[in-house]
Design a protein around this ligand. Structure first.
Ligand code: BMA
Length: 308
């Protein structure tokens, strides 16, 4: 399959006149609802703290942004050092954002993911996409991230992907506040014998429901720390079952702004909404700017079903 880069990439750039978004705008969650694209992007400015910015678009390419963040750190909260990599979904008339909360306290074991603090998988909700209520993290006591909610309940419960290193895992909840440890099952991990996803893997945007299963995009890096993208297919009623996982990557850094930026050699996606049969694959380039690539949904389904 070929994800086609948008000809006017990058589609969102830092704003050099803004204190909070002058350095990097990247790794955005994007929701398509009522004929508009809503983007929630990770922004860094003079203090290097990540905040969540907001922009709206009719075509997914030209964006109008709000000149202040919609979500910021809570002093002494689990996100006191920043909010990273948002994913956004609508479930039964409520909007949810899952984001990586970077705080001062590291409660995990082993080596922390972030310097001098810990990260937790936070959930927030909103009825209007501008004012957000922070709920709780999906788990505590471990560095955990790359969490995203499925767009509908599965067997009566909310379901989420999350990354309990080194595996992409599943979790279930009745109320989005309590996630039963007994239900946290691993789905897949890195493939040590495969060139591009041999070191680390994590889920991307909201999984796409198809008649064959959940189409799930994911990211991975190799020993050289090059971030690439892949796709797999999970069972509709039991997403811990991987039905298909093609060997080849589908997308990797090629453009100068993907090869060079704040962190080199990174394409990182938190959003893959489908509009009129087209997948809009939004991604951060080198942790610095936002890009867009598209592919027909049908092509992605054929690929995941048939590729070796
Ligand atoms: C990951 C996340 C992403 C980032 C990527 C590359 O661990 O922190 O936000 O894009 O690293 O730096």
């Amino acid at each position: 399959m070929k994800l086609q880069r948008c000809s006017i990439n990058p589609i969102l750039l830092p704003d050099p006149t803004s204190e909070w978004e002058c350095y990097n705008v990247f790794n955005a969650g994007v929701l398509y609802d009522n004929g508009l694209f809503y983007m929630f992007y990770r922004a860094q400015g003079l203090d290097w703290v990540s905040r969540i910015g907001y922009a709206v678009s009719v075509d997914g390419i030209h964006w109008n942004r709000l000149r202040k963040p919609v979500l910021e750190p809570t002093e002494d909260g689990v996100d006191s050092r920043g909010l990273e990599d948002p994913r956004v979904v609508k479930i039964e008339d409520m909007y949810y954002m899952t984001y990586t909360a970077y705080g001062r306290e590291f409660t995990g074991k082993g080596k922390p993911t972030h310097l001098g603090g810990g990260i937790l998988p936070m959930i927030a909700r909103s009825t209007n996409l501008i004012t957000w209520e922070k709920l709780d993290p999906l788990v505590r006591g471990e560095d955990n991230k790359d969490h995203v909610l499925f767009p509908r309940k599965i067997k009566g419960r909310f379901a989420a992907l999350h990354r309990r290193w080194p595996n992409v895992c599943l979790a279930y909840s009745h109320d989005l506040r309590t996630w039963n440890e007994m239900d946290m099952a691993p789905i897949f991990g890195p493939r040590p014998d495969n060139d591009w996803d041999c070191t680390s893997v994590g889920g991307n945007g909201v999984p796409i429901e198809t008649e064959h299963g959940w189409l799930m995009f994911y990211h991975a890096y190799d020993a050289a720390h090059i971030y690439r993208q892949g796709v797999c297919l999970l069972d509709l009623e039991d997403p811990t079952k991987v039905l298909r996982r093609p060997k080849a990557a589908i997308f990797w850094p090629e453009e100068l702004w993907e090869l060079r930026g704040d962190v080199p050699n990174v394409v990182f996606s938190c959003a893959n909404p489908v509009v009129d049969g087209t997948i809009y694959f939004f991604y951060g380039g080198a942790d610095h700017v936002m890009g867009l690539a598209t592919a027909p949904l049908e092509e992605a389904v054929n690929f995941v079903l048939n590729a070796p």
